[in-house]
Design a protein around this ligand. Structure first.
Ligand code: ATP
Ligand code: MG
Length: 277
């Protein structure tokens, strides 16, 4: 049984804008899935189906093998936590600490557990020092971290992040990489995220869906997807710089093995230039 599965899911906005067209998407347990696609591809619309915010116009969505109903919607929101693209859509309390505590409080947890979860979540995203600040007076990247902390504090089994790195500085992006990987390895959390930042994808994802104009046009491992530069170009995306550079070297006779992450590329280049056996 998959944690999330959609079957021929279609969604049409009022005004007859078809945003999703026959989407078949699967999230197995403990996967780290990237959904990449250019502006307007349908990523945010798809994500809003994962915990029942939107209902399919046709087709279906199953969470843990069951359709989302009125009866199980509360349970499902506990199970699937979504960080929206725009943090202003989910921040509304007078202080950061209260905002992050909102979800756990709604779950009916005891005050000690709430306190612990809030401080852990603030620590994970590196904003413990902002605990007593007014969220609306924070910078864009700081707000983004507050929104992420608020969802992490609910400890969902599936964490959905819509454009998590948009607005984060380089250190913020590196922190995010690290904590997404640790959520997945330490807690077995399933992570689904969207991005246009293709460089980020090999560092975090083990499976990729490519979306264009409301459709999934490709799905596969990092190797499988980034071996198709023409397909990526046709949907206005790019190949990350690391495999692009290694391909050029290969084409010019340098015997390097293909790599996608920074660490693997470093290893591959050092070996190619005889600095490592
Ligand atoms: N409220 C709405 N009413 C009508 N059409 C909408 C609405 N929201 C989104 N759309 C349309 O649905 C399509 C998919 O939008 P969506 O926001 O899901 O794309 P996205 O892949 O998340 O894009 P981005 O990378 O810009 O965030 C677009 O064509 C968009 O114009
Ligand atoms: Mg979006």
């Amino acid at each position: 049984m998959h944690l999330i599965e959609t079957r021929d899911l279609c969604y049409v906005y009022p005004g007859k804008v078809t945003a999703l067209d026959k989407i078949n998407f699967i999230a197995p347990r403990n996967a780290r899935i990237a959904v990449i696609g250019s502006n307007g591809a349908g990523k945010s619309t798809l994500f809003k189906h994962f915990n029942g915010i939107f209902k399919p116009t046709s087709g279906s969505i199953l969470v843990r093998g069951e359709p989302i109903t009125k009866q199980n919607s509360r349970e499902i929101r506990k199970f699937v936590g979504i960080v929206f693209q725009n943090p202003d859509d989910q921040i509304f309390s007078p202080t950061v600490e209260q905002d992050v505590a909102f979800g756990p409080t709604n779950l009916g947890l005891d005050p000690e557990t709430i306190h612990h979860r809030v401080h852990e979540a603030l620590k994970v995203v590196g904003i413990e020092h902002l605990a007593s600040r007014v969220p609306h007076h924070l910078s864009g990247g700081e707000k983004k971290r507050v929104a992420i902390a608020g969802v992490i504090a609910m400890e969902p089994e599936v964490l959905v992040l819509d454009e998590p790195t948009a607005g984060l500085d380089p250190r913020g992006v590196a922190d995010l990489n690290r904590f997404i990987n640790s959520l997945s390895t330490k807690y077995g959390m399933t992570v689904i995220f969207s991005t246009h930042d293709v460089a980020l994808v090999p560092e975090i994802a083990d499976y990729i869906y490519v979306m264009d104009k409301g459709r999934i046009v490709a799905g596969g491992s990092v190797n499988e997807i980034f071996m198709q530069p023409e397909m990526l170009k046709s949907v206005r995306l790019d190949v990350p710089v690391i495999p692009k550079l290694l391909s050029t070297l290969k084409e010019n006779g340098v015997e390097v093995s293909m790599a996608y992450t920074y660490a693997d590329a470093e290893e591959s280049l050092l070996r190619a230039f005889g600095k490592r056996s």
